[in-house]
Design a protein around this ligand. Structure first.
Ligand SMILES: Nc1ncnc2c1ncn2[C@@H]1O[C@H](COP(=O)(O)OP(=O)(O)OP(=O)(O)O)[C@@H](O)[C@H]1O
Length: 927
């Protein structure tokens, strides 16, 4: 080691010694060396011996008060300190070291004392510390009867020392057998035996040496020692040791030594039992700690799981679950601390056991010493015997001298006896010399044994103090253990309560979790199924997309090829387009010329059409504004075929009606019509003659088609058709409307037509609306002068129609509202005039001119002679009105055909309604 390193080591050791000394004497008023004191500073602090004296006091070696100062007191304190150190077997130093020279020996002594103090702190040295009343009694760090006692200085300089002191103060020691070792055999008898032991050894009159050996042997053989309180045992040990000390010659009875040994063995056994008990307690505490740790882990897992699961959950629940966990953690820390204390106590007990072992060895040394002492006594006795023999020999010599005269007288007689004595004397002298040598050896051995005995006395004294301290610590430990038990019981109860609550909570939570787990499992299963389904779907779609991708790639390849081709062809097409554009421009210029020609031709075409329409209508007028066709219906199944005959005379419209019942001209009457249609004429053939008039309506003309005839002659059949008519049986009305819509659609490029329908009936000279919502109840009025739109009965409902179906639907509604009744001639006779008016308004798309036309489809009531109808009352009145109106119609038609100035329209409602159709500026046709 280099000089520098040695100096550093010495300085470090000196600092440690100074720190310990400052911590130990921190409450002292004496001046202390600075924390990093040099050798001289340390020497100056220790030179007067006051600090050394205070250290001894602090370490539980109180001395008498220092009533004087000066070098003498300093020398005495230093000497007392050195003596105490030597008694403890620690390295010492010379008093001159405190005057001059290095302080290494002093530092070594202080550190050894510190180490000894620390190592013996658990053996009761602290019993002398609490001089200021701050006893660390219950082993709870920093608490003095529940109050905090640590100060900052202790934390700074003597933390280690303080910790050691605290450990020492809370170390358990031996316990009384009855309080710690729960042995069933400790009955009242054993307690009585313990009392006997106490009575024997405490109520003695003299010393222990005076007790009869038989009594001591009886006590050692019995269970008195086993059941005696430890305090009593220690008192006996103290008493015996006191007697040993008092009797400096060491003449202690042998049986007392054995008793001492027995007591020490008993104390050792109790310490071992106590250590075993504490070890068991420690194991029990470890097991409980493991149990609590496992519960804490479970609770922490529950708490953490609860907090996570119900993150999606409430914070309040998490707080409730975390609070017991926090308390359990605090209790766990508490148990950790208790476990640490118990481990420290176990360590302390182990040290105590070692101390007792050392005491046992000392006791054995004492026993050997006593044996040696007996040998010495025996030798002394032999010596005394030798002295007695020497005295007898001297007496023999003196007797020889006194009897010289006698010997001279009988020299020859006694010559052999002195020689024998001489030899015997020589041998005795030799033997004496040997005895002297032996005695000298024995004296030396005795001296050595005396010094050993003194050391043993000193050690026993120390051990005695240790045992006392152990006893105090034992009592403290008892209190600590009882308090720990109470705390443990309290903690166990609170834990049980907590655990019960937590079990309940955990059970409930577990149920909830199980329920949730089931739900989650169901959802998971469902999700798994969905996932599988989706995976399958995904796979199929992936395959589909892969196929599509392949197809797309192929398609793209083809398209790219096509694009290439198209690019190539586009160039040629571009050229062709350019050529075409040239041609088109040339053709367009030609087309422009052609369009001009076409426009001129179109104008000429429209003019031609207009002229054609005019010519067409002029032709119609030339054919006659009033045309009368005669249709002969076939005989009905219930009619007599011979009752009348008809003869048709060709296309000139002449009809000869033959009556077989009459003779002459009366039997053959000639009638002249525009055309006569025979009984076999179909509905379509009848319409063919009327069809040109429908076209005139679209050209802005008014056309009136009405059927006239007697009841049952077939008017309704011709105009409407039979009930449930087939397509071939449809009447003039439907065919005319069908043709009207067909022609209007064909003229869609030149005209825009709007078609609307009115349907009225004239019954008993009253007009009813057959399409109104109120039915035919209301009597409508007629305008004297027709409106521009051709509406003669403006209050009748006007329904716009777009197709023949709409008109058929309206006509079925109107026919349902028509007044009918049974007559003698017809089972279902029309008792009113039915007028269906189709209003057409066409707008010329080119000129914007408006054309209005109207088509009146009239189904007149049956005309008949009243006498033939055999009607009376209402029917008679109906017939009279019908005949009157038909007569008025005949008069108007006659006037119009004769082109008279007055036309009697106002003679009936029928002629008033049809006035616009029968008037001068309109052409009409009639059947
Ligand atoms: N051309 C015809 N072919 C076959 N049957 C016909 C023809 N004309 C009329 N009939 C039938 O004659 C009967 C009477 O016809 P319808 O009812 O049309 O007479 P009407 O003149 O309207 O009578 P009313 O004046 O009493 O209403 C009906 O059964 C009808 O089917």
């Amino acid at each position: 080691m280099s000089a520098a390193t040695a100096a550093e080591s010495q300085e470090r050791r000196r600092s440690e010694a100074v720190a310990w000394l400052r911590a130990l004497l921190r409450e002292s008023a004496l001046p202390l060396p600075p924390p990093r004191a040099s050798d001289d500073e340390l020497r100056a602090a220790l030179a007067d011996g006051a600090l050394l004296r205070a250290a001894l006091d602090k370490l539980g070696r109180p001395s008498s008060p220092r009533d004087e100062g000066g070098p003498a007191a300093a020398e005495r304190d230093v000497g007392r300190f050195l003596a105490a150190v030597e008694r403890m077997g620690l390295p010492s130093f010379a008093p001159s070291d405190l005057q001059t020279g290095p302080m290494s020996a002093v530092v070594a002594c202080l550190l050894a004392l510190r180490d000894q103090f620390v190592s013996h702190a658990g053996e009761g040295w602290t019993c002398g510390l609490p001089q200021n009343g701050r006893m660390h009694t219950m082993g709870f760090p920093g608490r003095e009867n529940g109050q905090v006692t640590q100060n900052s200085e202790a934390r700074e300089d003597g933390k280690q020392m303080e910790t050691t002191l605290q450990k020492a103060s809370r170390s358990p020691a031996m316990s009384e057998p009855s309080s710690v070792i729960s042995r069933p055999e400790l009955s009242s008898t054993s307690r009585h035996a313990g009392r006997n032991f106490h009575e024997v050894f405490q109520l003695r009159q003299g010393g222990y040496s005076d007790l009869p050996s038989s009594k001591i042997s009886d006590m050692m053989k019995s269970t008195s020692l086993d059941n005696a309180p430890t305090q009593s045992l220690l008192s006996v040990v103290n008493g015996i040791l006191d007697e040993i000390i008092e009797r400096k010659n060491g003449e202690i009875p042998y049986h007392l030594a054995f008793l001492l040994r027995k007591i020490v063995l008993e104390v050792e056994r109790r310490i071992s039992t106590q250590a075993e008990h504490i070890r068991n307690q420690n194991n029990l505490m470890k097991a409980r700690e493991e149990k609590y740790k496992s519960r804490i882990r479970v609770l922490e897992a529950l708490a953490s799981g609860k907090i996570h699961v119900s993150s999606n959950a409430t914070n309040g629940k998490a707080h409730v679950a975390a609070e017991p966990v926090h308390q359990m953690k605090m209790e766990k820390d508490k148990f950790e601390e208790k476990k640490q204390l118990l481990e420290e106590d176990l360590t302390k007990l182990t040290k105590d056991k070692e101390s007792v072992t050392r005491m046992t060895k000392d006791k054995e040394d004492m026993a050997r010493f006593l044996n040696d002492k007996e040998d010495i006594i025996r030798l002394m006795k032999e010596k005394e015997e030798m002295a007695r023999l020497m005295k007898e020999k001297e007496d023999t010599v003196s007797l020889k001298k006194g009897k010289d005269g006698d010997r001279n007288q009988s020299a020859d007689e006694h010559i052999a006896k002195p020689i024998m004595y001489k030899d015997e004397l020589i041998s005795l002298m030799k033997e004496k010399e040997n005895y002297k040598v032996t005695i000298m050896k024995l004296k030396l051995e005795l001296e050595a044994m005396k010094s050993s005995c003194e050391k043993s006395h000193s050690l026993l004294e120390t051990k005695n103090e240790d045992v006392l301290n152990l006893l105090k610590d034992k009592e403290n430990s008892g209190n600590i253990i009882s308090q720990l038990r109470q705390e443990l019981a309290t903690a166990r109860r609170s834990h049980e309560t907590y655990i019960q609550d937590l079990k309940t909570t955990a059970l409930q939570e577990n149920r909830d979790f199980e329920q949730r787990i089931k739900e989650v499992e169901l959802k998971l299963e469902d999700s798994t199924k969905r996932g599988r389904h989706l995976e399958e779907l995904l796979e199929s779609r992936i395959k589909t997309w892969e196929r599509k991708e392949i197809m797309l790639n192929q398609f793209v390849g083809v398209q790219m090829q096509n694009i290439q081709d198209l690019r190539l062809s586009s160039v040629s097409i571009r050229h062709e387009i350019q050529n075409c554009q040239k041609r088109w421009s040339e053709e367009l210029s030609g087309l422009g010329q052609s369009l001009k020609v076409l426009a001129n031709a179109s104008e000429k075409y429209h003019a031609t059409l207009e002229e054609n329409r005019k010519l067409f209508n002029e032709v119609q007028e030339l054919k006659g504004n009033i045309r009368v066709f005669c249709r002969i219906r076939p005989f009905l199944c219930n009619e007599d075929h011979k009752s009348s005959t008809t003869e048709i005379t060709g296309d000139n419209g002449e009809l000869i009606l033959a009556n077989p019942a009459k003779i002459g001209k009366e039997g053959n009457k000639l009638f002249k019509f525009n055309k006569v249609l025979g009984p076999t004429t179909s509905q379509d053939e009848v319409f063919k003659d009327i069809q040109p008039l429908v076209r005139s309506v679209l050209d802005g003309y008014n056309v009136c088609i009405f059927a006239y005839g007697q009841t049952g002659s077939g008017k309704t059949y011709t105009m409407t058709g039979p009930e449930a008519a087939t397509e071939e049986e449809l009447g003039v009305n439907f065919r005319a409307l069908n043709d009207l819509f067909l022609i209007s659609r064909n003229r869609g490029d030149t005209f825009n037509y709007e078609v609307s329908v009115q349907m009225i009936e004239i019954y008993n000279e009253q007009i009813h609306d057959l399409l109104g919502s109120n039915g035919s109840e209301k009597n409508l009025g007629i305008l004297n002068s027709s409106l521009p739109n051709g509406l003669a009965v403006p209050d009748a409902t006007l329904h716009p129609v777009n197709s023949t179906t709409d008109v058929i639907e309206l006509m079925r509604t109107g026919l349902g509202n028509r007044s009918v009744g049974a007559t003698a001639l017809n089972e279902r006779s029309s008792r009113s005039h039915s007028v269906v008016t189709v209003h057409v308004q066409g707008v010329d798309l080119k000129t914007g001119a408006t054309l209005r036309g109207a088509l009146h489809l009239v189904d007149l009531a049956g005309s008949e002679r009243v006498d033939r109808s055999a009607v009376t009352g209402d029917r008679l009145k109906e017939a009279q009105h019908i005949n009157k109106s038909l007569s008025a119609l005949g008069d108007v038609i006659f006037s119009l055909s004769q082109k008279t100035s007055h036309v009697p329209y106002r003679n009936s409602k029928l002629t008033q309604v049809l006035q616009s159709s029968l008037g001068a500026y309109l052409s009409s046709s009639a059947i």
